[in-house]
Write a protein that binds this ligand. Structure first.
Ligand SMILES: NC(=O)C1=CN([C@@H]2O[C@H](COP(=O)(O)OP(=O)(O)OC[C@H]3O[C@@H](n4cnc5c(N)ncnc54)[C@H](OP(=O)(O)O)[C@@H]3O)[C@@H](O)[C@H]2O)C=CC1
Ligand SMILES: O=C(O)C1=N[C@H](C(=O)O)C[C@H](O)C1
Length: 240
């Protein structure tokens, strides 16, 4: 496959390396300084684009790919208020757009366990739920996209939890799920969900040891999306 890399930072570099190891060709490595190179590409020869840039660049990159009929896999977090706009553009252009806040298999297993646990904890009102995420100091958004996905699943299933808050904003509201976002180098990404009662704690945790799992997941999805259409997510791709 011929894959275009939109955002050639920490993630874009590992994604390119894994894609080449899997026999793919890189059509271009686009970062802020060489965005003009997009105009020189033969877009008819690109099979898929993988977009890991930054919150304020994602919408422009994704719109460009969709308007050029290139299926696009997006991992950028912190821009989701604009996601409906990109979904509408995908559908009106008959394109393919895939978004996941986390492409690692391990975190997607955690997502599943989190949903299962939340359903049980809905019946256990003595427990308060909280979350902690730890990432490197270059991360631009907080809380992480993964933490927001985890929190939304809890809010959907635990009736007493109505919203999430960064815990420096709200401390003691029984309807709030406080999220602590820590920035410590070189943490690639840790997420911990804790249900706490006077009697005991129940905790589930995922720790990424490197960025390899995120990058491999994005390349696998790019291989899968090549001939697909529509607005797609991990629920369409995963078999568990
Ligand atoms: N969904 C998932 O599984 C994962 C998601 N992420 C997310 O991916 C994103 C990228 O992370 P990471 O690689 O660590 O970040 P980096 O800061 O290392 O890289 C960001 C890259 O985007 C580039 N960029 C900025 N503006 C533009 C633009 N207009 N067009 C194209 N590229 C641009 C930057 O270029 P320059 O250097 O020139 O400024 C840089 O190369 C983040 O939002 C992060 O949260 C990260 C890991 C996993
Ligand atoms: O910025 C990162 O590094 C990461 N971002 C994603 C997120 O916001 O959830 C995924 C992963 O945790 C690494």
């Amino acid at each position: 496959m011929n894959i275009l890399i939109l955002g050639y930072g920490k993630m874009g570099k590992i994604i390119s390396q894994i894609a080449e190891e899997r026999g793919h060709t890189i059509a271009g490595k686009i970062e802020e300084s060489n965005v003009h190179e997009l105009d020189e590409l033969d877009t008819t020869k690109i099979d898929a684009a993988i977009e890991f840039s930054q919150p304020d660049a994602a919408v422009k990159n994704l719109s460009w790919a969709i308007k050029h009929n290139i299926p696009v896999v997006c991992g950028t977090t912190g821009w989701l208020d604009k996601k409906p706009e990109i979904e509408r553009l995908t559908l009106s252009n008959g394109g393919a757009f895939f978004y996941a806040s986390n492409y690692s298999i391990g975190v997607n297993i955690l997502f599943k366990v989190n949903r299962f646990l939340a359903k049980i904890m809905n019946e256990q009102p003595d427990y308060r739920v909280k979350m902690e995420e730890v990432h490197h100091t270059e991360k631009k958004d907080a809380p992480s996209g993964t933490a927001i996905t985890l929190a939304e699943s809890i809010i959907d299933r635990v009736d007493r939890v109505k919203r999430w808050d960064l815990d420096n904003e709200v401390t003691d509201n029984e309807h709030s799920l406080p999220i602590t976002a820590k920035r410590i180098d070189p943490a690639p990404g840790t997420h911990i969900i804790t249900y706490q009662s006077e009697i005991d704690d129940i905790e589930i945790k995922h720790t990424a040891h490197s960025r390899k799992g995120f990058a491999l997941g994005a390349v696998l999805v790019a291989e899968w999306i090549k001939d697909k259409k529509g607005v797609l997510s991990m629920d369409d791709y995963l078999t568990f």
